[in-house]
Design a protein around this ligand. Structure first.
Ligand code: ZN
Length: 471
């Protein structure tokens, strides 16, 4: 049976269109996108109450970190001038050491409901807490991954599950620290985990990929073997890696190899369109050029990168090289697709002392900054997720977001200006009315069906975690 929605304004991959009828099949794949002109919408068809946008893929998430978002915003004793990513990481380790699978599921279920309410229709989960608090595998070795799969099922968000390979604490195969014991896997154990998870993901409609954590956490041989093993399971599966997030990481990589991390990776791994380079923040002009041309997606997480004081990505250089990009909420200091796009653009404005930077970085760009940012992030996010979520076009999933045309920031405006107002003039309340994933409404009237229940379980899990002693 075909299902459909009519939108007076819809943002298609080519730009804005008027009076569009979108149809999809029982599997949730779009079968038709037609401008029907001034003909009234067919009787019985749902009408979008405002502009209809493509659903936004969230290309980088560590779900459990939502549990301590907001709790590292103080200057600790003794770390004054040094307060940095590395002091944040110490608190993250303490939190990660206490977490159990039920708490992981509670936190992720609430987080994914929040994501849906904020316009994300899919998430790439970079999952590195594998083992029990003592560092030994759970009886079900995939317990933590199953918790994330359950959270995605509960909420209806699209999932790309990326189990993380983590073996060393620094370049040159430094042994892992005690605080990293829940993350560590041999390459063989990782490949067994992927084998176990592959059919489970297929059955749920999720995509399975692999995340070598970073060059500091995965030695070259392990990287090569893990990629070969992944190819044997699925030679189109996505591959995500943290790369060049911090200047110290760049310095350490140079000390180890004589090369910067992105340059090293491009010379030693088959980087192509399957890859997502997360936080490729610190690149030389030559790296921007080479990585941009490789087809890999730049995984940008503007609010987390700002929160952690990482530095600014050179968006203009990346796009001048033809680079693909998308956005992620990463540590979940903020869970809001519009705010990620706003901060991405604002960072570039501060860097270049110009306005409307995103459209100026491509000759064929849409002149409206919000339109250009939204379409770019959907394309790159879909590529990174390895799922058919490239926007409102036949063959893609029916993932979309409907804005409330009556919201105070939007009322009375033309559709492209409504999207601009949603991103740049939100009045601090969401203008999102409904969110659909695979043709099913998951958010209506701005609320996910599990909103209250999932929030209560999240608050309880966070309280438990904060009250439990250090293991
Ligand atoms: Zn990350």
């Amino acid at each position: 049976m075909t299902q459909s929605i009519f939108a007076a304004d819809a943002l298609l991959p080519t730009g804005w269109a008027r009076n569009v009828l979108i149809e999809w099949d029982n599997a949730g794949h779009i079968t038709g996108v037609r401008a029907i002109g001034d003909v009234p919408a067919p009787a019985g068809v749902t009408r979008a109450i405002g502009p209809l946008l493509p659903g936004m893929p969230n290309l980088h998430s560590h779900a459990f970190q939502r549990g301590f978002a907001g709790l590292t915003e103080f200057r600790g004793p003794g770390n004054g001038a040094q307060d940095s990513f590395w002091s944040w990481r110490e608190l993250m380790y303490r939190f990660a050491l206490r977490l159990d699978p039920a708490q992981m599921e509670a936190i992720a279920t609430w987080l994914y409901a929040e994501m849906l309410e904020a316009g994300y229709t899919g998430v790439c989960e970079f999952q590195y807490v594998h083992h029990a608090p003592d560092g030994m595998p759970y009886a079900d070795d995939a317990a933590m991954s199953h918790a994330l799969l359950a959270a995605a099922r509960n909420t209806g968000i699209g999932l790309t599950l990326l189990p993380v390979l983590y073996q060393t604490s620094g370049f040159g195969a430094l042994p892992p620290t005690e605080g990293q014991r829940r993350f560590i896997r041999s390459t063989e154990s990782m490949l067994r985990l992927l084998d176990t998870l592959h059919p489970v993901c297929v059955a749920q409609g999720a995509r399975l990929g692999l995340a070598p954590h970073s060059l500091r956490a995965v030695p070259p041989d392990a990287l090569r073997e893990a990629l070969a093993g992944l190819d044997a399971i699925d030679n189109t599966a996505p591959i995500h890696i943290h790369i060049a997030e911090q200047t110290r990481e760049v310095d350490d990589c140079i000390a180890w190899s004589g090369q910067r991390p992105v340059a090293w990776l491009l010379d030693h791994a088959p980087v192509n369109a399957r890859w997502c380079l997360v936080h490729a923040t610190h690149m030389s002009p030559g790296e921007y050029l080479r990585a941009g041309k490789s087809g890999a997606v730049a995984g940008l997480c503007p609010t987390t990168e700002a929160n952690l004081g990482d530095g600014l990505f050179d968006f203009s250089a990346w796009r001048a090289a033809g680079g693909v990009w998308g956005i992620g909420s990463d540590s979940h200091a903020t869970v809001n697709a519009a705010e990620e796009l706003m901060l991405l653009e604002y960072g570039q404005r501060l860097l270049t002392r110009r306005r409307n930077v995103a459209p100026a970085t491509r000759d064929d760009a849409h002149p409206q900054t919000a339109t250009e940012l939204t379409l770019g992030a959907v394309q790159g996010g879909a590529q990174a997720s390895g799922r058919e979520t490239r926007g409102i076009a036949p063959g893609q999933q029916a993932d979309f977001v409907v804005l409330d045309a009556n919201h105070c920031a939007l009322a009375g405006l033309e559709a492209p200006d409504m999207l601009s107002a949603h991103i740049f003039a939100s009045h601090r309340t969401s203008a999102i009315d409904s969110v659909w994933v695979n043709g099913r409404p998951r958010v209506q009237g701005g609320r996910h069906a599990l909103h209250n229940e999932a929030k209560a379980a999240f608050v309880a899990a966070r309280s438990q975690l904060l009250a439990s002693p250090n293991p």
